[in-house]
Design a protein around this ligand. Structure first.
Ligand code: AMP
Ligand code: MN
Ligand code: MN
Ligand code: MN
Length: 279
């Protein structure tokens, strides 16, 4: 089970990726992925296209989403796998979560104006595939294309993040609601890329305990966002809390993502893979 090539985290043009669900499915299959999930931010509009494309290519498909959550004054991402994407409560929750993005984008643009970067909202919109889903990634692409930065990585070091120009604080879904939408739709809730959060050690333990109390079941261990040292750290967290373990590249674009679909080490042997619990 642990040696299956599962990639259960990536993004299409339906959120902030640059490939269509069909192109992602083909790329995943060419890279040897056997079990695949598309997990667009706050949006399930790509699910049926992804499933059809995956099944046509002989891959097992698991439905997915990545929900933006605010917890302890920071943004946290919760991946939902095996959800019924037609569940009305999930659809409404995701709609509400997406709802503030356009106003936030206009506020980001106003912040960038203050440092002399004009019309960033219109610039970012050129990269948007889904009008309900404008993200910082689209601003980052605009800032690269207009010559402000050399790469999206450089953008996120100098702009759009807390303490830097173009940052706008935003309140996303709360943790209890996000877990409820996922579990209520028959899915499994998973903490995405835990190595990326800047919580204190105490807060991290509080997060895992609260997440588990609320019905959360899994944690990403092997992801494109983690170093090999972090694979080991979060493997231990998974064992300590009895969490299922997940594996996913978080692939967004051939031009931006260092880790391609399916190109990750296997989950460490003692862990229980989340795909063993999904149909
Ligand atoms: P948003 O949901 O609009 O706040 O945008 C979050 C997205 O920005 C993430 O899903 C990533 O795709 C991208 N992002 C955030 N931080 C970084 C980073 N340090 N490097 C590259 N991409 C990032
Ligand atoms: Mn993203
Ligand atoms: Mn994420
Ligand atoms: Mn992601």
């Amino acid at each position: 089970m642990n040696t299956l090539n599962a990639d259960l985290h990536c993004h299409s043009v339906v959120s902030d990726g640059t490939l269509t669900p069909e192109a992602l499915a083909l790329r995943a299959q060419e890279n040897g992925v056997q079990i695949w999930a598309l997990t667009d931010h706050d949006e399930v509009g790509g699910q049926s296209r992804a499933r059809t494309a995956a099944q046509d290519l002989g891959m097992r498909y698991i439905s997915g989403v990545e929900i933006s959550v605010s917890w302890a004054n920071q943004t946290l991402h919760i991946v939902g796998l095996g959800i019924d994407e037609n569940n009305p409560q999930l659809i409404q929750g995701l709609y509400d979560t997406r709802n503030g993005r356009t106003n936030r984008a206009k506020a980001i643009s106003a912040e960038l104006e203050k440092i002399g970067i004009q019309n960033a909202y219109a610039g970012a919109l050129r990269f948007v595939g889904n009008p309900e889903l404008i993200s910082r990634t689209h601003f980052a692409r605009h800032l690269v294309e207009s010559g402000v930065c050399a790469s999206t990585e450089e953008v996120f070091q100098n702009y759009l993040v807390a303490g830097k120009p173009g940052f706008v604080d935003h309140v996303w879904a709360n943790l209890a609601d996000a877990i409820q939408w996922i579990t209520g739709a028959g899915g499994i809730a998973i903490i995405a890329h835990p190595g990326r959060y800047r919580y204190s050690d105490l807060q991290k333990e509080e997060l895992y305990a609260q997440f588990k109390d609320l019905g959360g079941k899994g944690i990403e261990v092997v992801t494109g966002s983690h170093t090999p040292e972090e694979y080991a750290i979060f493997a231990k967290v998974a064992q300590r809390y009895g969490f299922l373990a997940s594996r996913g590249s978080d692939f967004h674009s051939p031009d931006e993502s260092d880790i391609d679909l399916g190109c990750l080490p296997n989950l460490p042997a003692p862990l229980r893979p989340v795909w063993s619990e999904l149909q």
